[in-house]
Design a protein around this ligand. Structure first.
Ligand SMILES: Nc1ncnc2c1ncn2[C@@H]1O[C@H](COP(=O)(O)OP(=O)(O)OP(=O)(O)O)[C@@H](O)[C@H]1O
Ligand SMILES: [Mg+2]
Length: 256
């Protein structure tokens, strides 16, 4: 199984958009994929078509010394073949402190997943825009940690913090961190020249596939759809599939 974790302490950079579309692209390529929503905001769950009431079983319920739910009872199917979701609810805000106190937060995801009565090919983790217990659990679990970097001012802000936290929690386990440029706009040539200059200072390698700034992607998000359905022949749909393939190959170097 290969695990991709999307993380950044910056908000609104595209963690959820990229995580959901990469998960769906892997599913469409035939990989049995579980999208794990570790953000109590639950946007990834919604974007994958899973609506939640606050008392519905969520991924947070399958963590801890005595989990309230087995992961198998939390996982929801989607309208997409090969794509399942372990959804989040806002109850996970309060439960985050319990996860911290438990002492095994870094093992929370693999422990829960190992209880599943079936095998998966891919695990895709979405995280909140903070360095909390959920984010640390994801950083510790990813074969590849993907940090979306928006092509705009202060793009690299927060990258060092997430990199140091990743180093801290991986404890010598081999994994990779990679930056994925998002919101790339070919038309803004002066901005792009400045961005290329800034990217030279990038403290982690950059994915070759950049994700274009695209109104179709934003509109799809507003409609709680994926761009593959909303605008299947769009260029941004192609970029996202290419990014998924690139990340899948990279994760293969580190997965068991
Ligand atoms: N390449 C893109 N083109 C156009 N809009 C985009 C693109 N990437 C993300 N967006 C839009 O930017 C907004 C923020 O994206 P998203 O929710 O994925 O970020 P996030 O990092 O998960 O945010 P948060 O930190 O709140 O979890 C959304 O409205 C999304 O539709
Ligand atoms: Mg998000």
């Amino acid at each position: 199984m290969r695990t991709l974790a999307f993380a950044s302490i910056k908000g609104g950079v595209g963690k959820t958009t990229l995580a959901v579309h990469v998960a769906a692209a892997l599913a469409d390529a035939g990989k049995k994929t579980l999208l794990v929503d570790l953000d109590p905001q639950g946007h990834a769950s919604l974007m994958a078509g899973v609506e939640m009431n606050s008392d519905d079983p969520c991924i947070g319920d399958s963590f801890g010394a005595r989990p309230r739910q087995k992961l198998a009872d939390v996982v929801r199917s989607t309208s997409r073949e090969n794509l399942w979701v372990a959804p989040a609810t806002n109850r996970m805000v309060a439960a985050e402190r319990d996860l911290f106190r438990w002492g095994h937060r870094l093992q929370a995801v693999p422990r829960a997943v190992s209880s599943l009565p079936y095998e998966l090919d891919a695990l895709v983790l979405d995280t909140p825009p903070q360095l909390n217990a959920y984010t640390e659990a994801a950083l510790a679990t990813g074969n590849v940690v993907v940090v979306p970097v928006p092509a705009m001012a202060h793009a690299l802000q927060g990258l060092d913090e997430i990199r140091f936290a990743w180093k801290d929690v991986t404890d010598g386990r081999e994994s990779a961190m990679i930056a994925a440029v998002n919101l790339w706009d070919r038309r803004t040539s002066a901005t792009n020249a400045a961005m290329e200059e800034a990217f030279r200072e990038m403290p982690v390698p950059m994915a070759k596939s950049r994700v274009l700034r695209a109104e179709a992607l934003n509109q799809a998000g507003l409609a709680f759809e994926m761009v593959y359905e909303y605008s299947p022949s769009s260029e941004v749909a192609e970029c996202l599939k290419k990014l998924a393939a690139e990340l899948w190959r990279l994760a293969g170097k580190f997965a068991n």
